[in-house]
Design a protein around this ligand. Structure first.
Ligand code: EPU
Length: 342
């Protein structure tokens, strides 16, 4: 069936910040065959592809076509005693797939539990949490090139995954639609429990790290996330609003003289990653409001939209960036994609 194009549609239900921007045109992609219409449509107007809308800021109305990727389907490609290769369509809900995979005894995604969004959006920013990144479990990513209308698959190295980064944010930005992701998952668990918070929650729930199952670890992760990261359905947000900045080791030494508790993680000998949430928290931003946007009370890295528009949220973000720059000499980079500046 052809794409059904609708005119002048509110995008509020389709972005987790619940910003009420409008799209000139809107359609839902439910069938791979509909991709063949896209090259022509792209020549006529800009195209914005949305998954779960959980990592975008709509900074104005979208003058073009917004396409909701609703491709569905999960298929096992092959398996042996140790592992399974599974192909998942881009429009599948990420967390539903995590749950489904664990129920079937496929392991590797447990630490990535409860992340909002779709499977197809996950490679864009190489989602990561509690010591696991998408790149650890992805084998290939299926794409449709919008210019020439061809389908292909990129290997994980071709995707150039980095910290909250991939080729889809750079060379392939706005040039392709992600159709599916191929995962290689283990049948024998190898749980990653290094995070202090995870260990603390295991102890709190009186469980033993040695006998923990992947499904139990999923419940632990869900509990830890729920305490700090607000549910976007209740408090509209996009998760971490800033990336954790990477600074030269020499700058870290200078900062530690003034701020001995500064939370940091070594990247290599020359560079260190610093906890953006800690920086923002130190400057007293938790709970502060700008217009109808607020810094989350429990987690300074999350900005919540309380019925405002992108200017409220971006205005708050810019104030935080300026303050962190002034006090620490560190540039905070926004993590979500900003879309549709008029
Ligand atoms: N911290 C504070 N105050 C705050 C927030 C954090 O002092 O308000 C401190 C914490 O106490 C901790 C440190 O900062 O010592 C780091 O905080 P946390 O472990 O909560 O992780 P994060 O750096 O805030 C990152 C990811 C999250 C991911 C968690 C767990 C980024 C930008 N964010 O957060 O990812 O879930 O680690 O791995 O890398 C997302 O990308 O949307 C996201 C939620």
């Amino acid at each position: 069936m052809n794409l059904q194009l609708q005119r002048n549609v509110s995008l509020k239900p389709f972005n987790t910040l619940q910003i009420d921007a409008r799209a000139d045109w809107f359609a839902e992609l439910t069938d791979l065959e509909q991709c063949t219409q896209l090259p022509d449509l792209c020549r006529q107007q800009p195209l914005l592809i949305l998954g779960g809308g959980s990592n975008i800021i709509l900074a104005g109305n979208v003058h073009g076509l917004v396409l909701l990727n609703r491709l569905r389907g999960i298929a096992v490609l092959d398996e042996d005693d140790d592992s399974v290769r599974v192909q998942v369509a881009a429009g599948e809900n990420w967390d539903a797939f995590v749950q489904h995979s664990l129920e079937l005894g496929w392991c590797g995604l447990e630490n990535l539990s409860a992340i909002p969004g779709t499977v197809g959006a996950a490679p864009m920013q190489n989602i990561g949490a509690y010591g696991v990144e998408l790149k650890d479990v992805v084998e290939r990513v299926g794409v449709f090139y919008l210019a020439d209308g061809t389908f292909t698959e990129l290997s994980a190295p071709d995707c150039a995954f980095g910290y909250r980064d991939s080729i889809f944010k750079h060379a392939l930005k706005d040039r392709c639609l992600i159709t599916h992701v191929v995962f290689r998952l283990r049948k024998r668990p190898a749980l990653k429990l290094e995070y202090g918070e995870i260990r603390a929650e295991i102890a709190k729930q009186r469980m033993s790290a040695e006998s923990l199952t992947p499904l139990q670890l999923r419940q632990i992760i869900i509990a830890v996330r729920a305490r700090k990261l607000p549910d976007p359905r209740q408090l509209p947000n996009v998760g971490s609003f800033f990336k954790n900045p990477v600074i030269p080791a020499a700058q870290l030494q200078t900062l530690l003289a003034t701020w001995p508790n500064l939370v940091h993680y070594p990247v290599d000998g020359a560079q260190t990653k610093v906890a953006a949430g800690w920086l923002i928290d130190q400057l007293g931003w938790k709970g502060r409001v700008h217009g109808k946007a607020q810094v989350h009370e429990q987690q300074a890295l999350v900005l919540v939209n309380m019925g405002g528009d992108s200017e409220d949220v971006l205005g708050l973000a810019r104030q935080i960036q300026a303050d962190v720059w002034e006090r620490f000499g560190i540039e905070l980079e926004m993590e979500p994609l900003i879309i549709g500046l008029a």
